[in-house]
Design a protein around this ligand. Structure first.
Ligand code: ADP
Length: 483
C-alpha cells in the first residue's frame, strides 16, 4: 500500500476524541484477503469500552443538537471535502483490507462521501407541520427532533460507505454516534474518523470501537442510553440484534440479506441485459446484498443470453485489487470461499451445468473463478440461499406470471432487476415484485439520492435520500390551546 497521508492509517479506536487501546491491550489482527498477509491490528474492545463510548456520545449530545442545522451542515460539508481530497489514500486502504479492485474502492469512497454531501444539505430541511385543529381555540404543531445516541454496526463488504450512509443523516439532524465496523475491515472506518476530527466534529460526537462483536453488539442493544440501532449485515445477526433491542424498545434500522432476482424478458435488449448482469452480479466479487442471485431468462432468448454472458464472464480479470486492470478480487475469507464451493457443487449435483468457471482460481488463497451455472433447478440450495460470491445461476422461464412467482418465492425482499421494453409490463412487474428496490433495464441502482432498503426479512427502514433522515428523528406533536 502506498498512501501519502500516513495519518489515515490508525490502529487504535476513536472514543471521546481520543485514540485508545482496549482496556486489556488485546488486539485483533487484520489481513489482506488477496495476499493473506497481516496488514495491521486493532484493539479488541468489549462491553466496558463500549459503555465509555456510549457515555461520551451522550455527554456530547446537548452541544451537538444545540448547534444550528447550518453549523452542522458546514462541518459535514468539510468532512465531505476532506474525504474526497483523500480519495486515493482511502481507496488504497480499502483495497488492502477488503480486496475489491482499486477502481471499485475509488468508486465506493465517492459513493460514501456523497451521503455526507447530501445530508450536509438535507440537515437544513428537517421540516415540521401545522395541522388544522378541529377545535377553534387550538393549534396542532408537529416538530421533528434528533432521537439521541445512535449505534451503528456495519459490514465488511462496503467498509466506508455503510458508515457514512448511517452516520451522515444521524449527525446531520443532531445525533451522536457509536460505530462498530466489521473486524475484517476496520481501517477504512478509522480513517474516516481521522477526517471527521479534522473537519471539526466535536469530541464524543463520533466514536469508533473495534473488537468483540457479540459483546459490543450486546452492550449497544441493551443500553437505555442508545435510542437507535442501525445495522447492516446478515439476516441471522439482524434477528439477534432485533431481539436484544426489544428489552429497551429501541428504534432499529436493519439492512439485511438479499436474494435478488434478475429477470430478462423476451422483449429485452439482450446486450443491455448482459451488461447489467455483469455489473450487478460480479461487482465486489458478488459480495453485495443487492447482487443478482437468481437470473431468470425467458426461454426464447435463453441461449443467446447464455452465449453472450459466457463470453463476457470469461474475460473478467481476477487478481489482487491493487493491480489497475483487475476487475474481480478475492473473497473476504476462507469461510466465504467454502460457501461458494458448496453452492456450486450442490447445484451441479442437482442437475445444473457449469458454463464457465466453477472452481477455485489458479491464484489459490481466497480466489474463486467468476462462474455461470445454467439450467439450475429449484432443488439447488443456491435457489433459496444467498451465495455472496461470483456465481451466476441461470433459470429458464416461459411466462410473466410464472417468473413473478419464482422471483417472489423467498423470504428476502431487497433488490430486484428486470429487463423489458414493454411499458405495460414494466408497470405490472415493478408493482408485482415484492422488493424494496426495483431496477428496470439497469443492474446498478445504488446512489445517495434513493431510499435504499428492503421488505420481508431483508430489513426495516430506509437509508439515503430524504427518507433516510426519518430513521434518526422522533416526531413530537404539540397542542396549543387557549388561543
Ligand atoms: P457477514 O456474515 O457478512 O460477516 P455479519 O452479520 O456476521 O455479516 O456481520 C455484520 C456486522 O455485524 C459486522 O460488524 C460483525 O462484526 C457484526 N456482528 C457479528 N456478530 C454480531 C453480534 N452477535 N452482535 C452484534 N454484531 C455482530
Amino acid at each position: 500500500m502506498e498512501i501519502k497521508n500516513t495519518d489515515l492509517f490508525k490502529e487504535q479506536c476513536y472514543i471521546n476524541g481520543e485514540w485508545v487501546n482496549s482496556n486489556n491491550n488485546e488486539i485483533i489482527k487484520v489481513n489482506n484477503p488477496a495476499t493473506l498477509e497481516i496488514i495491521g491490528k486493532v484493539p479488541k474492545c468489549g462491553a466496558e469500552e463500549t459503555k465509555v463510548a456510549i457515555e461520551a456520545a451522550n455527554t456530547s449530545w446537548n452541544n451537538w443538537k444545540g448547534k444550528s442545522a447550518k453549523d452542522r451542515s458546514i462541518i459535514l460539508r468539510k468532512w465531505f471535502d476532506l474525504i474526497m481530497s483523500n480519495q486515493e489514500d482511502l481507496a488504497q486502504i480499502m483495497t488492502i483490507e477488503q480486496g475489491k479492485p482499486i477502481n471499485e474502492s475509488r468508486g465506493e469512497i465517492a459513493y460514501g462521501a456523497s451521503f455526507v454531501e447530501l445530508y450536509a444539505e438535507e440537515s437544513k430541511r428537517v421540516y415540521g407541520d401545522i395541522i388544522p385543529d378541529p377545535l377553534l381555540d387550538r393549534r396542532i404543531v408537529v416538530i421533528k427532533q434528533p432521537i439521541g445516541v445512535v449505534a451503528a454496526i456495519t459490514p465488511w463488504n462496503f467498509p466506508s460507505s455503510m458508515i457514512t450512509r448511517k452516520c451522515a443523516p444521524a449527525l446531520a439532524v443532531g445525533c451522536p454516534v457509536v460505530i462498530k465496523p466489521a473486524s475484517q475491515t476496520p481501517f477504512s472506518a478509522l480513517a474516516l474518523a481521522v477526517l471527521a476530527e479534522e473537519a471539526g466534529i466535536p469530541k464524543g460526537v463520533l466514536n469508533i470501537i473495534t473488537g468483540n462483536a457479540n459483546e459490543i453488539g450486546q452492550e449497544l442493544s441493551v443500553s437505555p442510553i442508545v435510542r437507535k440501532l442501525s445495522f447492516t449485515g446478515s439476516t441471522k445477526i439482524g434477528k439477534i440484534l432485533l431481539s436484544q433491542c426489544a428489552s429497551t424498545v429501541k428504534k432499529v434500522s436493519m439492512e439485511l440479506g438479499g436474494h435478488a432476482p434478475f429477470i430478462v424478458f423476451e422483449d429485452a435488449n439482450v446486450d443491455d441485459a448482459v451488461l447489467g448482469a455483469m455489473q450487478s452480479k460480479f461487482r465486489n466479487s458478488g459480495q453485495t446484498c443487492v447482487c443478482a442471485n437468481r437470473l431468470f431468462i425467458h426461454e426464447k432468448i435463453y441461449d443467446e443470453f447464455l452465449k453472450k454472458f459466457t463470453v463476457a464472464v470469461s474475460k473478467i480479470k481476477v487478481g489482487n485489487g491493487l493491480e489497475e486492470d483487475v476487475v474481480s478480487g478475492p473473497l473476504i475469507d476462507a469461510y466465504s470461499l467454502e460457501k461458494v464451493k458448496e453452492h456450486v457443487k450442490d447445484a451441479v449435483n442437482t442437475g445444473a451445468k457449469i458454463a464457465v468457471g466453477g472452481d477455485m482460481h489458479e491464484l489459490g488463497g481466497n480466489f474463486y473463478k467468476p462462474t455461470i451455472i445454467s439450467n439450475v433447478t429449484t432443488k439447488a440450495k443456491i435457489t433459496y440461499e444467498e451465495t455472496f460470491g461470483p456465481v451466476a445461476p441461470l433459470y429458464k422461464f416461459k411466462t410473466e406470471e410464472e417468473v413473478i412467482k419464482m422471483a417472489n418465492n423467498t423470504p428476502y425482499g431487497l433488490a430486484s432487476y428486470f429487463y423489458s421494453r414493454d411499458i405495460g409490463r414494466i408497470w405490472r412487474v415493478s408493482e408485482a415484485l415484492e422488493y424494496g428496490m426495483v431496477g428496470v433495464n439497469t443492474g446498478l441502482t445504488s446512489k445517495a439520492e434513493i431510499p435504499f432498503g428492503g421488505i420481508k426479512e431483508s430489513g426495516l427502514g430506509r437509508e439515503g435520500s430524504r427518507y433516510g433522515l426519518d430513521d434518526f428523528l422522533e416526531i413530537k406533536y404539540i397542542n396549543m390551546a387557549g388561543i
